[in-house]
Design a protein around this ligand. Sequence first.
Ligand SMILES: [Fe+2]
Length: 187
Amino acid sequence: MKLSMGREEALELLKKYVKQENLIKHCIATAAVMREIAKHLGEDERKWEVIGILHDIDYELVGEDMEQHGLKGADILKEEGVDEEIVEVVRRHNHMLFGDYEKPVEIALQSADSVSGLIIACALVKKGKLSDVTPKSVKKKFKEKSFAAGCDRNRIREIEKLNIELPTLYELGIRGLMDVRDELGLE
Ligand SMILES: [Fe+2]
């Protein structure tokens, strides 16, 4: 039934478990970047987008217990009847528990999860104008370690394993986020 789950259905499922506006925005942003990376690589855009939306579905439920993050999410998704492959990617995405990712979709998720935050932070210093953010400005902020320090540069770099250079990732990321800028409250 859920094999053909699309963006709207995934969002509806996410909102059943996640109430914080910012966390929902984070998932929408990660998904938008995932979709662009999938398009660039000729992968399944719909599936990668759905994975982006659902990856942090357990975040509020696990609270402080990050050892459960991802595992709990997989349990939820399995129970909800979501495609096994999606469940597995969500289960393994907590880099503090897993890591050494080899599957393109898993590598892309590490990167999209982190770079989406970096690009949004770049937009916020431009008064929310995402349209003013360029790959060049993201590159500059990437090097400033204290800027958006929570956006792990090493995880962003994972994308190089897929033969995507950082400037290309920034371009894909900005394009993806522009598509959902209204939902993110950006211009
Ligand atoms: Fe995330």
